[in-house]
Design a protein around this ligand. Structure first.
Ligand SMILES: Cc1cc2nc3c(=O)[nH]c(=O)nc-3n(C[C@H](O)[C@H](O)[C@H](O)COP(=O)(O)OP(=O)(O)OC[C@H]3O[C@@H](n4cnc5c(N)ncnc54)[C@H](O)[C@@H]3O)c2cc1C
Length: 443
């Protein structure tokens, strides 16, 4: 019997992981990536220099045999470090002792995945190949190379891992009864750099994700192995303080000195970075179905989310795991496996999109708010003292593989419970095990 032939459009994070899984199960895999081969050419890693990898993503990498290699180069971030306007710091652990998220290099991770895919003789990688269109019923895809030459190839299945502006999805959108929505935030983002100290050390605690919450805007920083931090400024496109109005070097310096004064001395390339680095936009994409004819979507192609929960890639990797599990369960019935995959994932992708939007508000407005900090403190105590009875929404989303939909729903219930505990002054009885157990069990 000939091997099932799979075309994957997009050799990004999800596309290259899916190639590894498909080849492992004996398929012949052809990956077409629009950009040059990042293992050989020095190109921008894409949307962000680094990103936060957590439990769901780690499980997906483990399935590919790549967990240890990736974590060896990751920097653990154990909590959020908030910087207020006066430069005062406050710290909130993300979870219990031993729980942390991981700062990883996007380019490094993508290269690892491409390398692993390439090791399998059944994987064929093609670069500088842009997917122009697909024929969903015939299972054909047309790619254009650098010279403008077009090439149409066919397969048993086409997987669209070609990101938020997916060409595969655009073809699906032109078919009947295809739901689609795209919502941009009024905010964009810009990457900036905190350099190492004069003696070559990290300028801030490297085991935290640093946040400068300022209401309408926010700066965050994640550590890199070269002792720099990549900062991301989330900032309105328009309005009084916005990308539109900060047009001169003096404006940028004045603005940063007013709002992020403690970060300015650590950012000697602030002005160059601000004017030279691109401004990215932030979009939520929802669509359904994810499978049409002989094509299926994975990752941002079917559910781009805003980056405030640090879950977009983790969710994209989880898509690959669930699709692989469905293939395990239902092959040789590919249609059934693909249909089951989209049904299992859609509600969870919608849930993480909602959670990510909620976290935008939480990060920019609330992390500096006294009531919110109290809530987090009580939540943390409950997680530590009563781990069998209580998990916070953040813990369920980030440190478990529980479906995102359940994390959203149970998390909301638990947040209501924490508020009730505080309102009734019960947090003073946190050590009264019988009392707290009754409350947690009866809620
Ligand atoms: C600022 C920012 C910070 C983020 N931080 C985090 C984080 O901390 N943690 C987290 O989990 N997620 C994070 N994310 C989300 C994460 O980046 C995405 O969810 C993830 O990259 C999705 O992977 P993907 O493979 O589906 O898409 P992509 O990574 O976008 O890959 C798509 C690939 O397809 C290629 N391609 C595009 N069009 C075509 C075409 N027509 N033909 C052929 N190839 C094509 C692209 O070149 C690319 O290689 C962040 C996103 C942003 C914007």
């Amino acid at each position: 019997m000939s091997k099932p032939k799979i075309i994957i459009a997009g050799g990004g994070l999800a596309g290259s992981l899916m190639a590894v899984y498909m080849a492992k199960r004996g398929c012949e895999v052809h990956v077409y990536e629009r950009r040059p081969d990042m293992r050989r050419e020095d190109i921008s890693a894409g949307k962000s220099i680094n990103l936060a990898l957590s439990t769901r993503g780690i499980r997906a990498l483990e399935r590919a045999g790549l967990k240890d290699a990736v974590l060896a180069n990751a920097i653990p971030m154990k909590g959020r470090m908030m910087h207020d306007e006066q430069g005062n710091l406050s710290y909130q652990p993300y979870g219990k002792e031993g729980q942390h998220i991981n700062s990883v290099s996007r380019g490094g991770l993508n290269q690892h995945l491409l390398e692993l895919a390439d090791e399998n003789p059944d994987v064929h990688l093609y670069f500088n190949q842009k997917c122009l269109d697909v024929d969903l019923d015939k299972g054909e895809a047309t790619f254009e190379d650098e010279s403008g030459a077009e090439n149409t190839v066919s397969a048993d299945w086409i997987i669209g891992g070609d990101g938020a502006f997916s060409a595969v999805r655009i073809r699906m959108m032109k078919t009947g009864r295809f739901d689609y929505s795209q919502d941009y935030l009024d905010h964009g983002y810009k990457e900036l750099t905190i350099t190492p100290t004069a003696d070559g050390e990290f300028a801030l605690d490297p085991n935290c994700l640093h946040i400068w919450p300022r209401g309408e805007y926010m700066l965050i920083a994640l550590p890199n192995p070269d002792k720099t931090f990549t900062c991301t400024l989330f900032f309105p496109f328009e309005g009084e303080n916005s990308f539109d109005t900060l047009t001169e070097a003096e404006d940028v310096i004045k603005f940063f000195n007013t709002h992020f004064a403690d970060a300015v001395p650590l950012m000697p390339t602030l002005v160059e970075d601000f004017f030279e680095n691109p401004t990215g936009s932030l979009v939520t994409v929802r669509c359904y179905p994810w499978v049409r004819g002989k094509a299926a979507l994975i990752g941002d192609a079917c559910h781009a989310v805003v980056p405030f929960y640090g879950q977009g890639m983790n969710c994209a990797f989880e898509d690959c795991v669930v699709l692989d599990e469905c293939l395990d369960e239902f092959l040789p019935d590919w249609d059934k496996a693909m249909d089951e995959y989209q049904k299992r994932r859609k509600t969870n992708a919608d849930a993480i999109a909602d959670l990510a939007l909620q976290n935008f508000i939480e990060m920019r407005d609330l992390v500096g708010d006294a009531d919110f900090l109290k809530q987090k403190e009580v939540e943390h105590e409950l997680c530590e003292r009563y781990p069998q009875l209580f998990k916070s929404q953040y813990e369920m989303t980030t440190f478990t593989n529980m479906p995102y939909r359940e994390a959203l729903e149970h998390g909301a219930e638990n947040t209501r419970l924490v508020k009730k505990i505080i309102e009734n002054g019960w947090d003073s009885r946190m050590e009264d095990e019988e009392f707290m157990t009754n409350i947690l069990k009866n809620e």
